[in-house]
Ligand binder design. Structure first.
Ligand SMILES: Cc1cc2nc3c(=O)[nH]c(=O)nc-3n(C[C@H](O)[C@H](O)[C@H](O)COP(=O)(O)OP(=O)(O)OC[C@H]3O[C@@H](n4cnc5c(N)ncnc54)[C@H](O)[C@@H]3O)c2cc1C
Length: 375
């Protein structure tokens, strides 16, 4: 019986666990390690911030879900790995010490590199967690007059909630915007297309921003935040009264000693999702060193590929399922400006963009499906 250890209980870790549990039907021991018992459905955080949902609508207990599929849950945090001895050092509620594995799946997500932008921690809201989203929502509720700035920091690989937050704010403050009391700006470090991995959606998105009286600014690489200004390394100085930014993303420095990460600590994998440089290890989701933005649907598809290949290895077959890097996402503008984008990051001939109210509803229905599926 092989021991399979999954690090992380987000989209990547959970889907890997589900797929392995189904394929292996109890033949091997599967353990998932995560620091918290709750799974968070991140794509719904903007709707949480703006009061459309409650925290219990978008989180659920991982342990209940895992126990129904025969996967052991360990509450703890990976401190480091020792690939030569196939062990992981864990600290936490359930285990403190080393866990042995025969196969490892790393799905620990990204780290928020707030320290890379001086002043971020003190002055900027973000949306990358239920607490942070609720705090931003409360500040927006109390906002009465002035400038609201939302945007991406350099290497903040998450453009969708920036756009969705801008549309949600424009809807909430429609009257104040028309009266000239509130101004909303969105800022990107490079072009819109660069933020979306090369997809040419600027025409549709710019038109939607314009219709909602949202100002959009490009090539603003934020480098510092002070009490009332955002500064860029190109010399911009933008004043704000309410600020929400996606910080730079980083991987995990704990993997450096194994020589498996790039310069931003993301893990290098091949097309089979196998970690380059160590044996019997896969990595999936935001922790992986692929170019472009990072999305939940990528984590899900990478998990499916990793699980299929791991099962092949256990069956002494050649792993041959490969991953293709593409974006399929909805930008929910809560109305007819909602956009569905499907784009091949490694092949820009694959490009589909559709617009309409339907796509906002589709995203809501998808969120609700995830919620009921995991209760
Ligand atoms: C506000 C917001 C809106 C978004 N909107 C969309 C959208 O519309 N569409 C879309 O496709 N994607 C969206 N995303 C992106 C999506 O949520 C991520 O791409 C996805 O969560 C990545 O899954 P993951 O499993 O790699 O990482 P995560 O979901 O972050 O999970 C990582 C897991 O690893 C655990 N972990 C971390 N460190 C350790 C450690 N040392 N040891 C053990 N476990 C550890 C964490 O606790 C967590 O359980 C959005 C994200 C945010 C924040």
């Amino acid at each position: 019986m092989a021991k399979i250890l999954i690090l992380g209980g987000g989209f990547g870790g959970l889907i890997t666990a589900e797929r392995l549990a189904t394929a292996l039907a109890g033949e091997h021991e599967i353990t998932l390690v995560a620091p918290t018992r709750r799974f968070t459905f991140y794509p719904a955080l903007v709707r949480l911030a703006f009061g459309d949902l409650n925290p219990e609508d978008i989180t659920f207990d991982l342990t209940e879900k895992l126990s129904t599929i025969g996967v052991r849950f360990v509450q703890g945090e990976m401190l480091d790995i020792d690939a030569a001895n196939k062990t992981v050092n864990i600290a936490g509620e359930d285990v403190t010490g080393k866990l042995h594995y025969d196969f490892l799946v790393i799905a620990t997500g990204r780290r928020l590199g707030t320290e890379l932008v001086p002043g971020f921690f003190e002055y900027s809201h973000h949306l990358l967690g239920t607490g942070a989203a609720l705090k931003f929502g409360a500040s927006a509720s109390n906002f009465r007059q002035g400038r609201i700035v939302v945007g991406l920091c350099p290497e903040g690989r998450l453009p969708v909630p920036v756009c969705e937050a801008a549309f949600a704010l424009a809807k909430r403050f429609k009257a104040e915007i028309e009266a000239g009391e509130i101004h909303i700006s969105v800022i990107f470090p490079e072009s819109l297309s660069a933020a979306f991995g090369g997809a040419a959606l600027h025409k549709e998105l710019e038109a939607a921003f314009a219709r909602n009286h949202i100002n959009v600014h490009y090539d603003i690489p934020i480098s510092e935040i002070t009490a009332d200004h955002v500064h860029s390394s190109s010399g911009h100085k933008i004043d704000y009264d309410l600020l929400m930014l996606v910080p730079p993303f980083r991987g995990n420095a704990a993997f450096r000693s194994e020589g498996i990460v790039d310069e931003a600590d993301f893990i290098r994998v091949n097309g089979l999702m196998k970690v380059a440089g160590i044996e019997n290890a896969y990595a999936v989701g935001d922790i992986v060193a692929f170019s472009g933005p990072k999305f939940a649907h990528m984590a899900v598809r990478q998990a499916e590929v990793a699980a299929a290949n791991l099962v092949a290895e256990l069956n002494e077959e050649t792993p041959e399922r490969s991953y293709y890097h593409e974006i399929a996402t909805v930008i929910d503008a809560d109305g007819p400006d909602s956009i569905y984008l499907h784009y091949g990051i490694w092949d820009d001939s694959m490009y589909r963009l559709k617009k309409g109210r339907l796509w906002g509803w589709a995203k809501e229905a998808h969120d609700a499906w995830w919620q009921t599926r995991n209760l």
